[in-house]
Write a protein that binds this ligand. Structure first.
Ligand code: F6P
Length: 344
């Protein structure tokens, strides 16, 4: 069989380890893995690359994806579905392994349901918010990067008696903020799942100062809301607006929160937005292992004909779940947020 492997959506540490895991398993079983470049675009536009032994060598520690990625959705292009049908009719591939996030799993589910594409999904996001799996690869690396940043910010915050607001990724869920907040000893955490008012945060910071701690570290997910005691709240997105010169306004929730906290507490406040640093570079050992397990499991699912499924982690076991179950966002475990609050 010729099996196409693609990576779609945002990149994530461990993508290459999945490609290597799936590719090597398929080669060993006598099949031909090929790379579909830039996500589903590569399938629709016959943009392929060879995945032989040399191509699959040296991938384990590499960040990014050798296949490149895009958010191409065949259903958002008039000719997209027909292009996929043509690719299947031409026998470009006998099956597809699609490595991607929530949107990719949605596309994958529909390609399987509507066009009968033989496809297996692999869950990917640093945000760890895909329904149906306990972990996504890339998450551990992102938490590691954010924790190291918090550690480094501690010493400078302490030296200057400052409040440091650290904005981490997490558009829809607060997993990175909570886990890095626990690991880094944050003094406040804001996530999309729960509103915490500026007044409440300011009161905590003042209490710390009264206890003799003249600095604070506040970790905020990019998708958290800015909330106030009068019940008002709003999302603050980077590039919500343009300024008088037509430049995009760069500050997101981190910048807005820093400004509000400085006004509310009178303490000098700075903001650090970690952004794509959390997604770049080499995966941690734990992510390499999970990515390798997912890659091999996805190849096995293809060889078993288990199409329309996504490989997943259930406890310590790798399982397969129907793509139809992969709907929505997996919110952060609020018990972990409660744990973190012990130390605020
Ligand atoms: O989905 C993962 C994620 O890290 C989100 O938390 C973030 O909003 C998004 O990627 C940003 O991705 P990009 O800048 O590539 O659109």
């Amino acid at each position: 069989m010729r099996i196409g492997i693609l990576t779609a959506g945002g990149d994530c540490p461990g993508l290459n380890a999945v490609i290597r895991g799936a590719g090597r398993r398929l080669l060993r079983e006598g099949h031909e893995p090929i790379g579909l470049r830039r996500g589903y675009r590569g399938l629709a536009h016959a943009d392929h690359m060879t995945l032989d032994h040399p191509a699959l060598s040296g991938l384990l520690p590499m960040g990014g994806t050798i296949l490149s990625t895009s958010s191409y959705d065949p259903f958002r292009h008039d000719d997209g579905p027909q292009r996929v049908r043509d690719a299947m009719a031409r026998k470009d591939v006998d099956a597809v392994i699609a490595i991607g996030g929530e949107h990719t799993m949605e596309i994958t589910r529909e390609l399987h349901a509507q066009l009968d594409l033989p496809v297996v999904g692999v869950p990917k996001t640093i945000d760890n918010d895909i329904v149906g799996t306990d972990r996504t690869f890339g998450f551990d690396t992102a938490v590691h990067v954010a924790t190291e940043a918090i550690d480094r910010l501690h010493s400078t915050a302490q030296s200057h008696d400052r409040v440091m607001v650290v904005e981490v990724m997490g558009r829809n869920a607060g997993w990175i903020a909570v886990m890095a907040g626990i690991a880094g000893g944050a003094d406040g955490i804001l996530v999309p799942e729960v509103d915490v008012t500026v007044e409440e945060l300011a009161a905590n910071i003042r209490r710390r100062h009264d206890r003799g701690k003249d600095f604070s570290i506040i970790v905020v997910s990019e998708g958290a809301r800015l909330a106030f005691a009068d019940g008002s709240s709003r999302k603050v997105r980077a590039s919500d607006d343009t300024d008088e010169y037509g430049y995009e306004r760069l500050g997101g929730i981190g910048a807005a929160l820093a400004k509000e906290l400085e006004e509310a507490t009178g303490y000098e406040t700075r903001v650090v937005v970690l952004g794509h640093i959390q997604r770049g570079g080499t995966p941690t050992a734990s992510d390499r292992i999970l990515a390798t397990r997912y890659g091999v499991a996805a190849a096995d699912a293809v060889l078993d004909g288990a199409f329309g499924t996504m490989v997943a982690l259930d406890g310590s076991e790798i399982t397969r779940i129907p793509l139809s179950d992969v709907v929505g966002v997996k919110p952060v475990d609020l018990r972990l947020l409660e744990l973190a609050k012990t130390f605020f």
